[in-house]
Design a protein around this ligand. Structure first.
Ligand code: MSP
Length: 423
């Protein structure tokens, strides 16, 4: 049996699950289920990103111990993932002792590409990354994603020599050995790669207590991204276990905001470790409300659990796959959701099921609950391989509407009545 590995980004444990988080889970889960239908054995990973100053600050604000704080958040997230009906097989927490030990081993293996230097520059605690002077100027000193002022930092850090890996990463992207989807993000990433300096992969302990200690240096704690990105392989047992049955991942699902980490730092780490690069990085767009970022202060946040409780998880997943564009930013509005619910799910699909069930019941036909899964057509297969989920649904919907039309035209109830009369 073919073995396939699919991953989702691991959310920061500093807030509640929101509708944006559902995107990674829904896309990855649907792709995993599709691969299972084609006969593959699939592992789907999920997890939680629990280190970093943002999380420590949040816990402190609430006067709670950080570990207790993240334990509670993880519980909420696990419940959320279950509510979404995600059939994941592996779950990793970055505070798992096993994960921490493995990340330290990963660090040791990367040491030939690591050096220590001092640095002064702008930092965004929201993005957890250093910002270039130019980027800081272009954004007037404020992070457009987090609406927070960049902080000036001056400190000693360890660096990963991205320069050691640039050529191979560039080649992998250009040749699609590590495919980046959508295609239009490729150019952006290639430009970022050319300008990318070596990246800082640690912070002084005085600045960041809450993280994995750097091996053999009590003064330094690992940068959250090095820790977080490693989750994709530590969960498979790397480095103690041979992971080549599962790695490289068939597809890694991430939001466009974190593609740069997955397309530059992550491949650099993998090459440094002598591992293959993921086959595809699928970077999805952001979910907005009427073109705006959802935020508590604007008051336009849609609670995904409310949608699921009102209309059920299948309707929620359907909407996400069909009406939230996979690759560009899309709006979630109750109006759009309810229109799709009423017109497509209730009218098209609901009607079809009801008509068939009534016909079957009236004519004494027994309905089989264990229907064989139909053969996947070549056309549908191609659509799914291109991760065009919304087109996949268009294809299925053509079949549903076609059947409804056929029933209207052929009026099988008339035929059934004639047969009944004749008998
Ligand atoms: N912790 C990092 C990811 C580490 S992966 C090794 C992180 N966490 S996050 O909580 O900010 O985001 C988790 C995922 O949710 C990311 O893929 C991100 O793009 C996605 N989304 C967060 N808000 C979103 C929207 N509004 N819309 C769509 N996806 C969004 O980044």
């Amino acid at each position: 049996m073919k073995k396939r590995y699919i991953t989702t980004a691991i959310p920061y444990m500093n807030g509640e699950p929101h509708i944006g988080h559902a995107m990674d889970y829904c896309l990855a889960d649907v792709f995993a289920r599709y691969l299972r239908l084609t006969g593959a054995e699939v592992r789907l990973q999920a997890g939680t990103d629990e280190h970093g100053s943002k999380i420590a600050q949040k816990a402190e604000e609430q006067g709670v111990d950080v570990q207790e704080f993240v334990d509670l958040k993880v519980k909420t997230f696990r419940e959320f993932i279950a509510k979404l009906g995600v059939e994941y097989t592996d779950f990793v927490r970055t505070t798992d002792a096993e994960h921490e030990k493995r990340v330290q081993k990963i660090w040791k293996k990367l040491e030939p590409h690591i050096y220590k230097a001092s640095y002064e520059g702008w930092y965004c605690t929201g993005c957890e990354r250093f910002i270039t002077e130019k980027e800081c100027k272009d954004n007037d000193g404020i992070c457009p994603d987090h609406l927070k002022k960049y902080e000036k930092l001056s400190e000693e850090n360890y660096y990963l020599k991205i320069s050691d890996f640039k050529n191979e990463i560039r080649e992998a992207i250009l040749s699609d050995r590590m495919k980046i989807l959508p295609d239009f993000r490729k150019k952006e990433i290639l430009a970022l790669l050319e300008d990318s300096p070596d990246v800082s992969i640690s912070r002084p302990r005085s600045q960041l207590e809450w993280g994995v200690p750097v091996p053999d240096d009590d003064e330094q704690v690992m940068y959250v991204w090095l820790d977080a990105l490693s989750n994709y392989i530590t969960v498979l047992g790397y480095p103690e276990s041979d992971i080549t049955n599962w790695w490289p991942a068939e597809a890694q699902f991430v939001g466009k905001d974190i593609l740069r980490f997955h397309a530059i730092i992550w491949p650099a780490m993998l090459i440094g470790l002598g591992l293959d690069l993921p086959k595809v990085l699928v970077s999805h767009g952001m979910i907005l409300a009427n073109g705006q970022k959802m935020s508590k202060s604007i008051g336009n946040v849609v609670d995904p659990v409310e949608v699921i409780e009102r209309h059920g998880v299948d309707a929620f997943r359907y909407f996400f796959l069909r009406h939230i564009d996979t690759f560009s930013d899309s709006d979630f509005t109750w109006e759009k959701f309810e229109n799709s619910y009423n017109n497509e799910l209730a009218n098209d699909l609901g009607n079809l099921v009801q008509r068939l069930a009534t016909l079957a019941k009236k004519n004494g036909v027994k309905l089989d609950n264990n229907l064989e899964v139909p053969q996947i057509s070549e056309e549908y297969d191609e659509i799914m391989r291109r991760f065009e989920f919304s087109h996949g649904f268009d294809y299925v919907w053509e079949k549903i509407q076609g059947l409804n039309k056929k029933i209207d035209e052929e009026k099988p109830w008339v035929l059934a009545k004639m047969v009944r009369l004749r008998n």
